[in-house]
Design a protein around this ligand. Structure first.
Ligand code: IVH
Length: 670
């Protein structure tokens, strides 16, 4: 005999776990943290292991059965599982409402409005409150027995709550995969090198079709009930909405968006509200289902073929459609990134006609394995830009070639490059590439580059649009007459601009190198390069070995520099700039101890606004300082940024000079 205490504990654990499940899924209001829930489940499972004779099929530990099936057996639906008629417009809705009003001879009909969930229909049979069978819809008459798989879904109670449930009830509803779970599952699929699912509905269906319930148990499935089939031992309530409340009290999950609305007006308002919310809802929905709420009216209306005349599904515009991908074009962005764009046979999707979709980068093209001429599924959800979801491989004709981003820029012909671990392929044309021209010129003229006063972004755009400048070198060939002719440009500002262009010709080597806008060459790297190589010629001619020998120059910087100076047009632009008179003082190599901060030891702590930690370090080293990671008596200066750590306090204690960011920058510029 088992101790009475044990059976009581088991009962109370089961009751408590079921009640937490109810709060979580049905009330949407979790009352304990996951850890507490897991603790209870663990305790129950441990006791059950000691007393296996006390395990019951409805115990919350018994969701995942042991043995996989060979096949699913058939289930006959005693009450047919029906489908719904569709409405695609307000006109269709008003026709439906009129038919209802005429049949029941009443105005202002009350409708139970519910989201039309995009999952799959399931029938759950509860006998004396216990889940005894779960079946798919199949053809409406014959479905498949998926009881073992359905039992693994936590949102579906194995046992109904309370006492007033009928002795037999068939609950019907939709098994769904929430969007968040779908995204996570697809990430895992990709990591495992397996194919991602096309959409949450397919993922939910695929998960329920597993012969091994152990697999289904790992899938993030959920469930909402929306109706009943068989029922014995109870008189039905008068309204659908009341029946839903009953189901809820027995522990069945009802969609929280469900609402009773009045007349066609109410239906339309509900439709608009949900259409607006659609993308923010946790589950994929493809429309609204309206059901005449009064059961008496439902009985008057009856059925036509396989759909009730008392319900209708108003569909949202489809968010996914199939079309042909005509070709893949390449766009070069203002930063030089090459973006492949799919040109599509125009298709109406998500409420608009779509003829282009971004393919992002080479990785995305490889992932989809998309090729010219393919049939593709296009998705446009809400305001999100259209995406290619997948390729319908079965429709591929012949053997189209794989697509690769080109080795040369389609706009300027410069080489393209892509770094390991980075998704973007970019044009190395920089200054020269028409697509990047405006950005390149803005950068060149900016305060920390050539510091051309009076050359704002708007003016640069105007100059380029009017065809007055093609390269940065052209800036120095502008004349007063051309500038005055430009809109909004007075004589005075034109003269000022010419003067500041003239003034900018006197610069430093590091500013000049920085102003060329070479990928990954920031101010500090430019400074390091100038100090190390002393002349522009040396920088331009440095090979990989020489570049990598420079402190702080890694393979990416080295490759960017070499690619840039390999392009003839870049060399031409540099030569033009020199020939218009850009010059800088010769750098005389100072020995390490002649540098201004020679021998000084610095520590940098906290976040600096104007530069990264590494940049600050390199700038200090350029001036001969040593940078240390910890404060000691030997430290000369501690540079303190935002949110400094204990180092700042320690420095104060030791009486070491502390520099804030302003003072630090001042010191660097001296
Ligand atoms: S009621 C007699 N309500 O839509 C009414 N169905 O096109 C039968 N569905 O097979 C269904 N959300 O899988 C109903 N709130 C909802 C629904 C819903 C999704 C699905 C269900 C059904 C299909 C009918």
């Amino acid at each position: 005999m088992v101790d009475k205490k044990i059976t009581t504990r088991i009962d109370s654990l089961r009751e408590e776990i079921n009640s937490h499940n109810y709060s979580y899924y049905v009330l949407d209001n979790p009352d304990v943290p996951d850890s507490e829930y897991d603790r209870l489940l663990n305790e129950l499972s441990n006791i059950e292991q000691q007393y296996p004779e006390l395990i019951t099929p409805d115990s919350p530990t018994q969701r995942v059965g042991a043995t996989p099936l060979d096949s699913f057996s058939e289930v006959q639906h005693e009450v047919l599982m029906l489908s719904l008629g569709n409405a695609f417009s307000e006109q269709d809705m008003s026709d439906f409402d009129r038919r209802v009003r005429e049949a029941v001879e009443k105005e202002n009909i009350e409708y139970a409005a519910e989201p039309k969930l995009d999952g799959l229909a399931i029938s759950l049979l509860y006998e004396k409150g216990l889940l005894v069978r779960a079946a798919t819809r199949g053809d409406g008459r014959t479905g498949e027995d998926v009881t073992l798989n359905i039992r693994t879904i936590d949102a579906i109670p194995l046992k109904l709550r309370g006492k007033d449930y009928p002795k037999l009830i068939e609950v019907r509803g939709e098994v769904v995969m929430p969007k968040s779970g779908f995204d996570k599952l697809n990430r895992q699929q990709l990591e495992k090198g397996e194919k991602p699912f096309v959409n949450p509905r397919n993922a939910a269906a695929g998960s329920l079709r597993q012969l091994d319930p152990g697999v289904t148990a790992t899938r993030p499935l959920s469930f909402y009930s929306y109706g009943i089939g068989l029922i014995e031992g109870m008189t039905l309530p008068n309204k659908h909405s009341e029946m839903m409340e009953k189901l809820k009290s027995w522990g069945m999950r009802i969609n929280p968006e469900s609402q009773v609305v009045k007349g066609q007006k109410g239906c339309n308002a509900y439709y608009e509200k949900l259409a607006e919310k659609r993308n923010d809802l946790p589950d994929e929905i493809d429309g609204i289902v309206y059901k005449v709420d009064d059961i008496k009216f439902q009985n008057i209306l009856g059925f036509v073929s396989r759909a009730p005349r008392w319900a209708i599904a108003r569909k949202f515009p489809a968010q996914e459609e199939m079309t042909t991908l005509l070709d893949i074009d390449i766009q070069v962005g203002r930063t030089g990134a090459l973006t492949p764009v799919a040109r599509l046979e125009p298709v109406f999707v998500g409420g608009v006609t779509v003829s282009n979709a971004t393919l992002h980068n080479q990785d995305e093209i490889d992932r989809l394995d998309v090729r010219a001429g393919d049939t593709v599924i296009v998705r446009r959800a809400g305001d999100v830009i259209p995406q290619i979801v997948s390729v319908v491989k079965s429709k591929r004709k012949g053997k189209p070639r794989r697509f690769y981003l080109p080795n040369t820029c389609p706009v300027c012909g410069s080489e393209t490059a892509r770094f390991e671990d980075e998704a973007v392929t970019f044009c190395t044309g920089g200054l020269y590439c028409e697509a990047q021209r405006k950005e390149a010129i803005k950068h060149f003229a900016s305060r920390r580059a050539m510091n051309v006063d009076g050359l704002g972004d708007k003016l640069v755009e105007q100059l380029v649009d009017e065809g007055l400048i093609h390269t940065i070198a052209d800036l120095y060939n502008l004349d007063l007459e051309q500038l005055i002719k430009l809109e909004r440009s007075g004589e005075k500002s034109a003269k000022n601009l010419l003067a500041s262009l003239e003034k900018s010709k006197k610069t430093t080597l590091s500013r000049f190198v920085f102003s060329l806008g070479i990928h990954s060459i920031g101010e500090t790297t430019a400074q390091t390069l100038a100090n190390h190589f002393l002349s522009l010629e040396n920088i331009m001619n440095a090979d990989e070995e020489k570049l990598l020998a420079v402190p702080d120059v890694g393979p990416i910087v080295a490759e960017n520099l070499m690619t840039f100076f390999k392009q003839t047009h870049n060399i031409e632009v540099v030569e033009q700039l020199i020939s218009v008179g850009i010059h800088w003082p010769k750098i005389v190599k100072k020995s390490q101890d002649e540098l201004p901060l020679a021998g000084k030891i610095f520590v940098v702590t906290g976040t600096l606004e104007s530069m990264g930690r590494n940049e600050a370090k390199a700038a200090l080293q350029n001036l001969g300082a040593k940078v240390s990671g910890s404060v000691s008596k030997k430290t000369d200066y501690v540079v303190v940024g935002e949110n400094p750590g204990s180092k700042a306090t320690k420095a104060e204690g030791l009486g070491i000079s502390i520099l804030d960011e302003k003072e630090f920058i001042k010191m660097l510029s001296q």
